[in-house]
Ligand binder design. Structure first.
Ligand code: NA7
Length: 543
């Protein structure tokens, strides 16, 4: 399907809402705001809807949340008519789904594609002009809207490490998050893969099947559990559809907005044999939810160790070469960095055309025309895959040069680390909302459910302002601080707060620290948001 053309011409008309991004969040935002009678326009840097699923076309790219959950629930006809074909949907299928949603609700007419927002500035009310945002796009155009909704994605600003000589490489190199539309043929090539996070773990087995040789450069090994992907049988899908309401309701009660219930409150409260049985069952069946097999796995180090050791043993069983197995074995607590789901990842290291190079102690020295240098030795490569991740959660927001009240830049406000009340709004930035901003559960939960909750909350807030003839909404400092303190406190209670990871910005040199996503779980978070709304938007100044 052809991409859409870019935005042309500035607009002097004052819109109600500008939405930045047309991934799952932006697409739903356009639908929702339009439905409530707000004038809305979205700007999207990509050539079509999809966000993450538009850009990430690397081999093996697949969602790590099951399709039947990783989908919208706002329209029952939509969820009844869409037929997921696999337990975990592949990137092409998710992209088709979101395109279908855009077609079905005729959303594209309010989205400008190939249009990147380069700056946005808040203008206080003056005379007859209400307070508003002026938004600049890459063609030099400007647009005005009373409200801005940043649906710009949390894993959308790629991290391409500054490795000396990167631009001298003679072959082609690709970041997994900017994969060519027509794919890449690795047949007969020597391929270097840098990075063993989710994108590396998903792509390495498929690249290894095609390429002549694959050399994987691993700085930190990660825990991966089997996805156990398979086709969804029609009878399963029909059963799900007949109970969708019930399934969605149960999901909203789940800590991660998924309907999994732990096998017990504590991994330490059952016998060793019973625990192994539970782990074996969850390992075989539940993918990412493995880390919730017992309720205390992410809160108690001793409990966590039992699950970590279970996976470590699995790695030793799956990888024939003991030394390679050791290198692939993570030493940090399970779940403290984003866990991965895999399909034949560990077994791929049993192939004779795959080599694992440990760059944890001795980093990559540089890239030369012929390949990748480590410890003075050149590992020959015809192509490099950078599976090196993202400037997560804040990267896309900070790239937009946002300026709030009095010209305050978001970068300055967040110089010591990001803070946003409920992860939705930052003091000094009136009428600007973030979807999945720092301080919201975002990447720790089923993101589609999180996105719907955020957009619904923002839409209700705008309707509240409209009904009362109000002009502006802004987070109050004391509430923003209290939320940041609460966020830190729950992160400290959790195992997740204990590692260097992209959750706390450690993957980006110079990025200020602090655990960004809210660890308190979806039910507690959504209840808090509801309470805030019911109390007349407590913690926000309305004017
Ligand atoms: P991740 O999970 O951030 O993984 C990036 C990987 O790249 C990780 O293994 C990094 O090692 C590695 N990396 C980054 N820079 C370098 C350099 N300079 N040298 C060697 N290795 C490097 O990104 P993904 O795209 O895999 O996954 C992102 C999320 O998308 C994922 O969690 C899912 O939610 C979907 P490090 O760990 O920093 O030592």
């Amino acid at each position: 399907m052809a991409d859409h053309t870019a935005e042309t011409g500035s607009s002097s008309a004052m819109l109600d809402v500008i939405v930045v991004g047309a991934g799952f969040a932006g697409v739903y935002a356009v639908y929702k705001f339009r439905r409530l009678g707000f004038s809305v326009r979205a700007f999207e840097a990509g050539g079509d809807v999809g966000g993450t699923w538009y850009w990430n076309r690397y081999p093996g790219c697949r969602c790590d949340i099951e399709s039947i959950y990783y989908s919208y629930q706002f329209d029952d006809d939509l969820q009844q008519e869409w037929e997921w074909t696999e337990r975990y949907a592949s990137q092409p299928e998710i992209l088709s789904y979101i395109r279908h949603v855009a077609d079905r609700f005729d959303l594209r007419r309010d989205i400008r594609f190939n249009t990147r927002v380069t700056a946005a500035r808040f203008e206080a009310a003056s005379g007859q002009t209400p307070s508003h945002w002026t938004v600049a796009t890459n063609g030099g155009q400007t647009h005005k809207a009373r409200f801005c909704v940043m649906a710009s994605g949390v894993l959308s600003a790629p991290n391409l490490p500054d490795i000396p000589g990167r631009d001298t490489f003679a072959g082609k190199s690709h970041h997994t998050g900017r994969w060519p539309r027509d794919g890449v043929d690795f047949t007969g090539l020597k391929v270097a893969v840098v990075g063993t996070g989710s994108s590396g773990i998903q792509s390495i087995p498929l690249i290894a099947e095609q390429a002549e040789r694959v050399t994987v450069f691993q700085r930190t090994p990660n825990y991966a559990v089997p996805a156990s992907n398979r086709p969804l049988e029609p009878h399963e899908l029909n059963d799900i559809k007949s109970r969708y309401g019930e399934i969605r309701a149960a999901s909203k009660k789940g800590f991660t907005a998924l309907p999994f219930k732990p096998a017990g409150p504590s991994a330490l409260g059952v016998s060793g044999g019973e625990r192994e049985q539970v782990y074996e069952h969850w390992w075989r069946n539940n993918g990412l939810a493995f880390q919730g097999a017992f309720a205390d796995l992410l809160f108690n180090e001793d409990a966590n160790l039992t699950a970590a050791n279970f996976v470590r043993n699995k790695i030793r069983e799956l990888v024939n070469n003991e030394e390679v197995a050791e290198r692939l074995t993570p030493r940090f607590p399970l779940g403290c960095r984003r866990m991965c789901v895999d399909t034949r990842y560990y077994a791929t290291y049993n192939r004779t055309n795959v080599t694992l190079v440990d760059v944890s102690r001795r980093p990559i020295d540089g890239i030369v025309p012929e390949g990748v240098c480590v410890g003075g030795a050149v590992h020959a490569a015809d192509a490099i895959v950078f599976a090196t991740g993202y400037d997560a959660i804040t990267g896309a927001l900070l790239a937009m040069n946002l300026r709030g009240r009095g010209g305050l830049s978001l970068r300055d406000k967040w110089a010591e680390g990001p803070r946003a009340y409920l992860g939705l709004a930052a003091r000094g930035f009136p009428n600007l909302f973030m979807v999945n901003g720092p301080g919201s559960p975002s990447v720790l939960i089923n993101m589609v459910t999180g996105v719907e909750q955020h957009i619904d909350w923002i839409a209700d807030c705008l309707a509240h302002l409209r009904n009362r003839g109000l002009d502006a909404v802004e987070a109050i400092a004391q509430h923003e601080d209290a939320w940041a303190a609460h966020n830190n406190e729950v992160a400290e209670r959790s195992i997740r707060g204990n590692c260097a990871s992209w959750y706390n910005g450690a993957n980006i040199p110079g990025k200020p620290g602090g655990f960004m996503p809210y660890v308190g779980g979806f039910p507690a978070y959504s209840e808090k948001c509801e309470q805030v709304a019911q109390n007349g938007y407590e913690g926000f100044a309305l004017s």
